[in-house]
Design a protein around this ligand. Structure first.
Ligand code: SF4
Length: 473
């Protein structure tokens, strides 16, 4: 059985896409490691990269070419200063050279060295081949970005079960029913079962430090998004809306940093109808940062990175003003586990399953996590996740211009609101009366993904992507 850690589901990275930016970035890093392991790194005379399928069709809008170059340069998406990215890219373009792993300068003209092939590789629609010229001969290596920043190397027959990390959790979970059984046997809430599993692979203090770092990144992302004006890059001239919304919502309490901001919002009188606006504002903020190549937490993807922070922030500033790190920790642990159940049983890749795999899964993760914080039983947590996904089934991926902006940014607001509603419905649901268990909806999502026309799987060849011209925007 695959063991997927919460830290595999919630990764710190750079926008705008986990499958088209973070995955190719990580693939480039892995290829460099491969060259080093084969003792061929120092013999490389030239390189080129072929991007296939969805990576090619929406790669320009998703900055796949930038991500590959940054990975080849040895930049780490978790730590690179995002304001240096334009400088690094511009330097490569102006000199037509690239410093491989920041060690070895080679000739590299991005216009010719990165090829956008419309062809799809058979295994997965997000394929890419790195070619090194060594002693005049081509040495190729192919990777696949399978969603959420996960990258696999080898072709596997069952493409939804292609995760490479193997481990042995004390409580291995593939399905919702297994998770509930462990909760029952151990008499523990979901967050504590997940914590026990995490403890088997990391020291306890390290788990808390990393969860805190994830939350800090989410909070900072919301803060930056709410305090940045202007238009998003990419050519659609999409105006950042979180700034304007936040200006209208915020109160008088002064603050100078993200943590003080939480207390300032808690001190602000929030009228009933403003709750939806606050939640939407948090979600829009994250995805505006994501769309401008900023730092976000992939949760479970970059396109859907706003849902989980928005719902957690809702809990902290609306539901429970005494909410603290213990609540944040529980929320992230539950969210990560629910995401992993979708990854194991279906997909978190829009190129495989459309937007139900991104916004649908993030909404399910947030709904379940919020339900535990609101006092729901483990059964109700899974009911909330099921409700959230049930009402995203069949959601297509059709980003206009191949950019992660329209409909993506607003979809995060919608996913967050649905998650909150799903939690409330679940809290009022008797588990005995449930007609559709979580495992059923996971399976249905996967079947729907397989039936979905390729046009609606992150190719920008259908739906809004062709119904709206760039000049209309
Ligand atoms: S439409 Fe949904 S799945 Fe597609 S890029 Fe946008 S957020 Fe991601």
């Amino acid at each position: 059985m695959e063991c997927i850690s919460v830290f595999d589901m919630l990764k710190i990275g750079v926008g705008p896409s986990s499958s088209h930016t973070l995955g190719p970035w990580r693939a480039a890093e892995r290829w460099i490691k491969e060259l080093k392991a084969n003792n061929t790194f120092n013999k490389v005379e030239g390189i080129h990269i072929d991007l296939y399928g969805s990576l090619s069709l929406t790669g320009k809008g998703h900055a796949t070419d930038y991500a590959v170059m940054l990975g080849l340069c040895g930049c780490d998406p978790e730590y690179v200063a995002t304001d240096t990215i334009p400088i690094i890219i511009s330097n490569i373009k102006s000199t037509n050279t690239l410093s491989l792993n920041n060690e070895k300068v080679i000739d590299f003209n991005p216009e010719t060295a990165i090829v956008f092939n419309r062809k799809f590789l058979p295994f997965h629609s997000n394929g890419m081949t790195f070619t090194a010229i060594i002693n005049g001969k081509k040495k190729k290596s192919t990777f696949y970005s399978i969603g959420g920043g996960f990258v696999v190397k080898e072709e596997r027959k069952n493409s939804k079960r292609n995760f490479e990390i193997k481990c042995s959790f004390p409580y291995p979970i593939e399905k919702g029913t297994e998770l509930l059984q462990f909760c029952k046997d151990l008499n523990l809430p979901i967050s504590e079962v997940v914590y026990e599993n995490e403890k088997s692979i990391r020291e306890e203090p390290k788990i808390d430090i990393e969860l805190q770092r994830i939350w800090d990144t989410m909070l900072e992302c919301m803060y930056i998004g709410c305090h940045t004006e202007g238009n998003l890059p990419g050519g659609l001239n999409v105006r950042r809306r979180a700034y304007d919304m936040h200006q209208k919502l915020k109160g008088e309490t002064p603050y100078t940093n993200p943590v003080e901001w939480i207390y300032a919002i808690r001190n602000t009188e929030v009228k009933f109808r403003q709750i939806l606006k606050w939640v939407s504002c948090f979600a829009l903020a994250v995805n505006e940062v994501n769309a401008s190549l900023g730092r976000v937490v992939t949760a479970p993807t970059n396109g859907s990175a706003g849902v989980i922070p928005a719902v957690l922030m809702y809990y902290l500033v609306i539901e429970n003003h005494d909410g603290n790190f213990e609540d944040i920790k529980k929320f992230l642990l539950v969210a990560g586990e629910i995401g992993s159940i979708f990854k194991k049983g279906a997909t978190i890749s829009a190129a495989m399953g459309g937007c139900q795999a991104e916004i649908g899964v993030s909404s399910a993760m947030a709904a379940g996590a919020l339900t535990e914080l609101l006092g729901g039983t483990p059964e109700q947590v899974l009911i909330a996740a099921e409700i959230a996904m049930e009402h995203h089934l069949g959601l297509t991926c059709d980003p206009i211009g191949g950019l992660v902006q329209i409909p993506c940014i607003e979809r995060n607001a919608m996913g967050a609101i649905k998650a909150i509603n799903a939690a409330e419905l679940a809290l009022d649901t008797d588990p005995e009366n449930v007609k559709v268990p979580l495992d059923k909806v996971v399976n249905t999502m996967w079947e729907t993904a397989k039936d979905m026309n390729t046009k609606y799987k992150e190719t920008s060849e259908g739906g809004l992507a062709i119904g709206v011209n760039l000049t209309d925007c």
